[in-house]
Design a protein around this ligand. Structure first.
Ligand code: SF4
Ligand code: FES
Length: 339
């Protein structure tokens, strides 16, 4: 089947979604995704970030689809034509979805461990507005302890349900889920039981925002001060292939290896994630490749820096010199003094 997205065509298998086809093409036309996760069956269809415009349904039925479609749950048809980045309607819709997601999400990036690798931060950077029209109070939740390794910060949750889907599919007994409805909906452990399954730590990796973070790494460092290295160890529970985040010679955090869409390649166990923080525990393979535009790339430029002349500073210094002359007595001739 052939599908065309923003003028670029790709051959896909039946059953491929528009989002997957866009990822096959790659580049700017790939819609953002906050709830879809390729490694989790049945994920997607919750956040509406990935909306696209279907300008032609298929060769057999070329009528356009009247509404914007969630690309992560809409299947490709032969001859389908889709507008993503090229469509103003889509851009406007993504702006609205971003505004909607930010209605209740706190703007606490300066203290949030997810800052620098948060999908919502990236989404707002691209589609967000600098001010909000929401004047009501944001919803808040009482802090809830869900165990000694994972921190749940419900105020930041965007209810993408990736964590519950993961818990459903990866752990043998799901102990948390979405409770209540509408404005009161929240992720909870249902019976306040600790999430102690060996693979529960992966919820931290799939959470697109800072609602689920690693307690063993909390407030230790901003991610852009860490150096990520791919590493592996012999593990009898998981693949043992991880990314270790180092500060000097200290391993501060261990995560799954993520691809260009921020999705882990293989899920890892809690022993690798939380208990193996010594360099001797790991075989370090080398620096992890990260995006050119990533926040982790800050200060990493190798090219020579141009000398920057800051006019304001020059003028301030000039002004200070003039003031100094005015204040000091040094310029006053001795014969005019009272001495
Ligand atoms: S805690 Fe994170 S992963 Fe779970 S629903 Fe909320 S935002 Fe999604
Ligand atoms: S990624 Fe498609 S609806 Fe969330």
């Amino acid at each position: 089947m052939k599908v065309t997205i923003d003028g670029q065509s790709v051959e896909v298998e039946p059953g491929t979604t528009i989002l997957q086809a866009a990822r096959m093409i790659g580049g700017d036309l790939v819609p953002p995704a906050m709830c879809y996760y390729s490694k989790l069956k049945g994920s997607g269809g919750k956040c509406r970030c990935c909306l696209v415009e279907v300008a032609k349904g298929s060769d057999a039925d070329p009528r356009p689809m009247p509404k914007l479609m969630a690309s992560c749950v809409t299947g490709c048809m032969d001859g389908m034509e889709v507008n993503s980045k090229n469509s103003e309607r889509v851009t406007e819709a993504r702006k609205s979805v971003t505004e909607f997601l930010l209605i209740n999400h706190p703007l606490d990036c300066p203290v949030c461990d997810q800052a620098g690798e948060c999908n919502l931060q990236d989404l707002s950077f691209e589609h967000g507005k600098s001010e909000t029209r929401f004047i009501e109070e944001k919803r808040t939740f009482e802090p809830e302890n869900i165990g000694d390794k994972i921190q749940l910060h419900m105020n930041r949750c965007i209810l993408c349900q990736r964590c519950t889907t993961l818990a459903d599919q990866l752990t043998d007994k799901r102990v948390h889920g979405v409770l209540n409805r509408g404005d009161h909906a929240q992720i909870s452990t249902c019976v306040s039981a600790a999430i102690d399954n060996e693979f529960s730590g992966n919820m931290i990796d799939v959470c697109p925002v800072g609602a689920l973070t690693d307690k063993t790494f909390r407030f230790k460092s901003r991610v852009w001060f860490n150096k990520p290295f791919n590493a592996h160890r012999d593990c009898d529970k998981c693949c043992g292939k991880t990314t270790v985040w180092m500060f000097g010679n200290e391993i501060q955090r261990v995560t799954g290896r993520k691809d260009q869409y921020g999705e882990v390649e293989e899920f890892i166990c809690n022993t690798c994630r939380f208990d193996k923080k010594e360099v001797s525990d790991w075989t370090i393979e080398g620096p992890k490749v990260f995006n050119k535009d990533s926040v982790i790339n800050q200060n990493n430029y190798k090219r020579p820096l141009e000398k920057v002349i800051i006019e304001t500073e020059k003028n301030i210094l000039l002004g200070r010199d003039e003031d100094r002359v005015k204040i000091s007595m040094s310029g006053v001739p001795l014969k005019n003094s009272n001495k």
